[in-house]
Design a protein around this ligand. Structure first.
Ligand code: C5J
Length: 219
């Protein structure tokens, strides 16, 4: 079984029961000119994840393993957007890449470098967590998943919420530090520390090259 040198200890994953989860690598969050940057954020803190994640996805696909992508966003009539989220502004308004975080808009979709390939599942989610109001649980059941390799943005928001939800549902989660990003370096650091603290209270943390090496070793 592939084993990764992780914090707080080794993380072993059976290739029959592990899914790579790629959270919200959407243009609205990552691209210069998008929603994230319009809020005053430094998008380079997120875009640095694209290259290592693209390399990991290529290795994962080459090993024939499943990838599930998520996108945060709402129906065009915003009927699935909680009033409190709507009241904070932005959602559904016109942005540089179409209506912000609205399904079907250019900005809502995944960046070109990480586009899903045929057969990969994309879960549209109205919340921060990928399990809330989505079909993700059933999809993971179909893959027989017990472990998740978690990547995407942002570390302290949608990645954290999803890892906490997954942990409560019994999944072991390995979060890859070089493939998750926060606009705020201190949130990135503390967010990762929180996951692996107290003996791995929510999961494990490692880097993508260790996962790729573990996959290659087992060939
Ligand atoms: C945020 C996300 N930060 N995908 N979304 O609003 O983390």
């Amino acid at each position: 079984m592939p084993t990764v040198d992780a914090t707080p200890g080794p993380f072993s994953f059976d290739t029959d029961s592990t899914v790579l989860l790629v959270i919200d690598m959407q243009r609205d969050f990552l691209l210069p000119g998008g929603f994230g940057e319009s809020l005053g954020n430094d998008v380079s803190q997120l875009s640095r994840t694209i290259e290592p994640l693209s390399t990991l996805m290529a290795a994962w696909r080459a090993a024939g393993l499943p990838i599930v992508h998520t996108r945060e966003g709402h129906l065009p009539d915003l009927s699935d957007c909680p009033p409190a989220k709507l009241a904070r502004g932005g959602i559904g308004e016109q942005g540089a890449f179409g209506r912000i975080l609205v399904r079907g808009e250019y900005g809502h979709d995944i960046v070109d470098e990480l586009a899903p390939v045929d057969g990969e599942i994309v879960v549209d989610k109205p919340g921060k967590g990928a399990f809330y109001a989505t079909e993700l649980s059933g999809i993971l059941d179909k893959f027989g998943a017990r472990r998740l390799i978690v990547t995407g943005v942002t570390t302290e928001v949608c990645v954290h919420t999803t890892v906490r939800e997954a942990n409560d549902r019994g999944y072991d989660c390995l979060v890859l530090a070089d493939c998750v990003g926060s606009y705020f370096p201190e949130f990135q650091r503390v967010g990762l520390e929180m996951i692996a603290a107290q003996g791995g209270i929510f999961g494990w943390v490692a880097d993508s090259p260790t996962v790729i090496a573990a996959l290659q070793e087992q060939k």
